[in-house]
Structures are given as C-alpha cells and as structure tokens.
Write a protein that binds this ligand. Structure first.
Ligand SMILES: *Cc1c(COP(=O)(O)O)cnc(C)c1O
Length: 449
C-alpha cells in the first residue's frame, strides 16, 4: 500500500516525523549531531543511523510483546552491519538469518548461536552443516527436499537438528507483490495441507528434532488483519498436530510489520501483541517474532549531494550522487522515501523537483517531490526511512563503490563501515590468462559433478 509509486510526495521540511531526526537552527540533526558536520568528515553518499532510534524501537516492541511472552529475533537482512547487530544483541535481541554469510555476521557480532534462527527457502548443505556445528537454535525448513537435506547433514555430523516447518498459510498480506510471501502461489513455505505428513515424518527421523512451526507472510504490512488470519491458521494446525500425538513447543511468527514511509501512521504494536495473544497466546508455546524493517528502517538516512540541476521544458531534475545501487527500493518496489534538505531555507519558495541518481538506468529515480527549497549544485539532502533494506541491498553496479555507514549516539558519530575502495573491488578480478587444460575424458566428466 505505502509502496505504491506516488506521482508526488510532500518534502517534509519541518517535521521529520522522528524524535531523533530534527531541525535545530535550521540544520538537520540526527540526535545531537549536525548531519552537515558529518559530511565534512565522510564523503557523500553515506548512510547514517541513530542508535537511540534503534534502541527505542527495540524496547517499544519487546515491551509490547513481553506480556504475551514473545521474544524478538532481528531479521539480519534488513541491516546486517556488525555495529547495528551488536547494538541489538546488547539489548537482548536474537537474530533471524537467511544465509551462511548472515550466520557469520551474527556470530561476529557475538550473538550466541542459541539465539539464532535460520530461515530461507534455499540453504546449501555447507550452510546447514555450519549452522548445526555452531549449535543453531532452530532451522526453519521450507520443503520436504530441504527437510531430507537437513536430516542427511545432521546424520553425517552425528547431531540432532532442531527444525521448525515454515507454513504457507495462503493469506494475502495486502502488501507489494514483490514482498508478499504467504500466498500459495508464493515460493515460500510448505502448503498448509502438507504440514501434518511432513511433521510426522520429521518426528520419526532420529536425526531431526521437530520443535514447532514458523510463518512469515510478507513485509511492509500496515494493516494487521492478515496477521490474525495467518496466526489463527497456525493455531488450528497446532491443535491438529497435537491431536495426532505430535509435540509442538515453539512458534515463530515471522516479521513484516510496516513503517510509514509517507508520514502516515505506523501499525500499533500493542494491537499486534493483542492479535498474538488472542490467536496463539494460549497454546503454551515459546513465541518469537522476526521484525527487520520496523526496528531499523526509521532510524536511518541516506545523505547525498546535489550534483547538477537539470532544467528541461517540463521539469527541474536534481541529479544527486546517490543512486539505485545505494538505495534500491525506489527502483525495485516503486518505494518513495521522504527527503529532507540538510539546511532548511525558510525564505525558499516551494519548488518541485524530480530527484534522480547518476546510474545509467531510467529507473534510477527517487521520485518527484514538491515543497522543496530552491536547490543548487552542492546542496545536500537526506532520504529518510533508509535504515532497512538500504545498505544491505546495495550493489556496485556501474562500478560504484559501496557507501559508508555512520552510527550516531547522542553527540558522537562513528564510521561503522568504511566506503569500499574501487581498488578493493578491482582486486577480486584477474585479467584473463588462459590456462591450458587437458581435454577431459568421459570418466572425468562422469565425476565432474
Ligand atoms: C525478510 C524476513 C523477515 C523480516 O521482514 P521485515 O519486513 O523486515 O520485518 C522476517 N522473517 C523472514 C523469514 C524473512 O524472510
């Protein structure tokens, strides 16, 4: 809903909608740090996050969920920076990962393996083995083939794998098609009706320890009613499986709570907790939620500089030095991020600008914004709500180096990821020097795979 490409967005010049992002003396501050001051030390574009915003979000959510006994596992894919993970881990958060690389990130941030859940539709055997070796809390399995693979790997290692089956509840999350995961046509999860047979199979396998069920219906969910529908279906399944003598002790309720990119209202987490209590609260299961975006999205901005103002017959375009490789969401989902000038110009008239990046793709456009001050080359802007799926989705397309990341805490700031150098990017590549390889025999080919 909020992800629809909007023709125009109000640039929110006064009220940023955030306690941590504020104008003081007409200069944009993140907590007590003037963003323009960071620009003197860190070249644009860069991401900047507020520690306080992340802490406050975590405490608000975990506080709301405490009465229902649900714990929080942060979805690392939203923002995997080690300092961000460390900050959340320090508050008590577990982690939800979707790859072996994210497992290493979480472990490097000193998250105990006993607080890590491994989700995702395609895990390699090497990733499953590593997860079992470090003593992962739970592997969420998404198909019978994957269940067999986890069993094989666990058997070879001589361990029992704690597994949950991810249910596809066939519920419409009413979000953008590219981030819906709980309808039966989506690639995720195991069809509802296949769960009893698979759970029974897992129960019979000595190398598998089926601990429960998982569900994740999508992302950027602003209307909470699909959660009620999905969790009610999970509750029905728990009763059904228990009636067959199967044990279920854990429910992983997924992530997906949305944030108001366009300054609307955020879903009420108290209401979310109520839905959890009313649907699965009485089942005597350990409950976990896996939010990503809600915890870190509003905490981050992407700071960029205006390179040129391009004037054509029908519009003004501000070409900025951040592009779709830095922040992919507008090009990928038609998302619109609010924009804030670093310096407020009170005299400025209302101007309409299209803001576009430098990447050679027509989709490298952030949107058309009105109510902006007159912009000039060298002016700086911040895209808001960029703390989730920003830096973590960035690429080096157009041989653009990955942007730096900065963390603010009260009056201090620190670069928590240096800008990648172009030398480091080139260092991975070898100029072709053909090796002379022998012509393979039929026998070699048979063993090639
Ligand atoms: C992406 C994902 C999440 C987090 O989604 P958000 O919308 O960022 O809260 C949680 N669980 C799983 C399995 C995911 O794939």
């Amino acid at each position: 809903m909020a992800e629809h490409a909007m023709a125009m967005v109000d640039a929110l010049r006064g009220d940023t909608g955030s306690q941590q992002l504020v104008y003081r003396d007409q200069a944009l501050h993140i907590e007590s740090v003037c963003v323009d001051r960071i620009v003197t030390a860190v070249p644009t574009p860069f991401y900047c996050y507020s520690s306080d915003a992340i802490r406050t979000a975590y405490r608000t959510l975990s506080g709301a969920l405490k009465p229902v006994g649900a714990s929080v596992c942060f979805a690392v894919k939203a923002n995997g920076n080690l300092s961000v993970l460390g900050l959340l881990a320090g508050l008590g958060s577990g982690m939800d990962i979707v790859s072996g690389g994210e497992l290493e990130r979480a472990l490097a941030a000193r998250v105990p393996a006993s607080k890590i859940i491994f989700s995702g539709v395609g895990k390699k055997r090497s990733e499953i083995a590593r997860a079992l070796e470090v003593g992962i809390h739970q592997i969420n399995v998404e198909s019978e083939a994957e269940l067999d693979a986890v069993g094989d790997v666990a058997g070879a290692l001589g361990v029992r794998a704690p597994v949950a089956l991810r249910v596809n509840p066939d519920v419409d999350a009413r979000t953008h098609a590219k981030i819906s995961t709980g309808k039966k046509e989506d690639k995720f999860g195991i069809p509802f009706e296949d769960i009893p047979a698979l759970y029974t199979k897992a129960f019979a396998a000595p190398e598998l320890d089926p601990v429960g069920l998982a569900v994740h219906i999508g992302s950027q969910i602003l209307d909470l009613s699909p959660y009620r529908a999905a969790y009610s279906r999970i509750a029905d399944l728990v009763s059904l499986l228990r009636s067959q003598g199967l044990r279920i002790s854990r429910l992983d309720l997924g992530g997906g709570i949305g944030i108001p990119y366009d300054h609307g209202a955020s879903p009420d987490v108290g209401e979310y907790a109520t839905i959890i209590r009313e649907t699965v609260g009485g089942l005597d299961c350990e409950l976990t939620v896996e939010p990503g975006r809600w915890l870190v999205g509003p905490a981050g901005i992407l700071v960029t500089e205006v390179l040129f103002i391009k004037e054509t017959a029908d519009r003004l375009t501000a070409i900025v030095d951040a592009g779709m490789n830095d922040l992919m969401r507008p090009a990928m989902y038609g998302a619109v991020h609010p924009v804030f000038p670093l310096m407020q110009d009170c005299q400025g008239k209302s101007h309409i600008y299209q803001i576009a990046g430098p990447v050679c793709e027509s989709s490298d456009v952030f949107g058309t914004y009105r109510d902006l001050p007159a912009l000039r080359s060298g002016d700086r802007l911040a895209f808001g709500c960029a703390g989730a799926y920003g830096a973590s989705m960035a690429s080096t397309y157009n041989a653009r180096d990955l942007a730096a990341e900065v963390l603010v805490d009260r009056d201090r700031f620190r670069v928590i990821r240096r800008r990648q150098t172009i030398e480091a990017l080139l260092a991975l590549e070898d100029e072709t020097e053909w090796q002379v390889s022998p012509i393979p025999s039929a026998g070699d080919l048979a063993h090639a795979f």
